[in-house]
Design a protein around this ligand. Structure first.
Ligand code: MG
Length: 393
């Protein structure tokens, strides 16, 4: 079998490093074309040494002093026969995404930087394994439209959407999507606990080990809100047909209900290796990383409960933004991302995130069918206004 050629955007992040763990097990199935690793030069270099991509991409060119060190290291590496080219910034990402040698690109970076490269890859007919949900929240209509136009598959890495993707046989016969949520660290804590939460408490997710931004989103349940919007675009369901249920054990990763009342769910131990591996290998399945065999008896019980949208109002905001559509979800995403960064910097409290996003949404004038440039303009404008609002809190 010919090797599948893959590149990773965000190889040094949480999903990226786990993807490389998967790829290490599947070396006879995949060839790595390029790795983009943000600002983490040291880790990216280590990855390049180990996986030997054709080239790497860093977010920014190192300073002259760093460069001097890099040249010394590079010439040492060249002597050792380990040389590879490095490109920088947006240009570097564009280079990866227009490199038709790729069969698939794993978009695993966090936040808005995923959007442009994803669109470039789609326009070049390259399939996408999508871990970056912000791409669809910001510009889902455009992204899905382009994917259809270019015959590109978008395979979700997000565990819930990956679960739904695995359950669907005939989408026209599905009535409802049921997205599970672990409930995060504040599920059974009081609203006061949540209001006074420290960064450390918010980052202590009980089930999933993820990047910081998404972990805070899981604490406010905004992550689930973003996932509802993501599901709407990926599977083309109305918001009223997308339901959220709390499932603290994180074993059922999501489910679908067929017209005839049959419910199909996807289950598995909570490990991101499984959805990453599924998305990059689809339609094949490989053994790869499989920690241990699944045992219902060991899990013993699965609990479900109705989400409390009064305690976690961010989910309501996401439904509202999704139903309004247009640039409202771009606004929700930008305001949320800036508010989460401010919380991580200790500038605001956890509960302020909701208040800030709510305020920004109320003040936003929606563009119903925005162009991609309008989306970026709204994104920039909302971020500036959000920062201003945070300064004056
Ligand atoms: Mg998820």
């Amino acid at each position: 079998m010919e090797k599948k050629r893959i590149s990773i955007i965000g190889s040094t992040g949480s999903i990226g490093t786990q993807a490389l763990e998967v790829l290490e097990k599947l070396q006879d199935k995949f060839e790595i074309i390029a790795l983009a690793g943000g600002h983490n030069k040291e880790l990216l270099d280590a990855q390049a040494k180990k996986f030997k991509p054709k080239y790497t991409v860093l977010a920014a060119k190192p300073s002259p002093l760093e460069e001097e060190g890099a040249i010394v290291r590079a010439s040492r590496a060249a002597i050792a026969g380990e040389g590879h080219n490095t490109f920088y910034g947006d240009e570097g990402l564009e280079k990866i995404c227009s490199d038709k040698e790729n069969d698939i690109i794993l978009v695993a970076c966090s936040g808005k930087i995923g959007l442009k490269p994803t669109l470039t890859a789609i326009k070049n007919g390259i399939n996408i394994a999508l871990a970056n949900k912000e791409t669809l929240v910001m510009a889902g209509d455009i992204v899905m439209q382009e994917a259809r136009k270019h015959g590109v598959k978008i395979i979700p890495v997000d565990s819930e959407h990956c679960a739904i993707h695995q359950c669907i046989k005939d989408i026209s016969q599905v009535d409802k999507l049921i997205i599970t949520a672990s409930g995060g660290p504040f599920l059974h804590k009081s609203v006061d606990d949540m209001k006074n939460a420290t960064v450390k408490e918010a980052l202590a997710h009980p089930k999933w080990h993820m990047g910081k931004k998404i972990t805070v989103d899981s604490a406010t349940l905004m992550n689930k809100g973003l996932e509802i919007i993501e599901a709407h675009h990926l599977f083309g369901f109305d918001y009223d047909d997308i339901e959220v249920v709390i499932h603290p054990q994180s074993i059922v990763h999501s489910a679908i209900e067929y017209k005839d009342g049959s419910v199909i769910a996807q289950l598995g131990l909570p490990s991101m290796h499984i959805p990453i591996q599924y998305a990059i290998s689809y339609p094949e399945r490989f053994e790869g990383i499989k920690s241990k065999s699944f045992s219902f008896a060991e899990i013993a019980r699965l609990d479900f409960e109705k989400p409390d949208f009064e305690k976690f109002p961010c989910v309501k905001l996401a439904y509202k933004a999704g139903k309004i559509g247009g640039t409202m979800t771009t606004c929700l995403n930008a305001a949320n991302e800036e508010a989460v960064f401010a919380f991580l910097d200790g500038k605001i409290k956890l509960y302020n995130i909701y208040e800030i996003v709510e305020k920004m949404m109320s003040a936003h004038t929606v563009i119903s069918n925005p162009t991609i440039d309008e989306i970026f303009e709204v994104d920039k404008d909302i971020r500036e206004k959000t920062k201003e609002l945070i300064k004056n809190l």
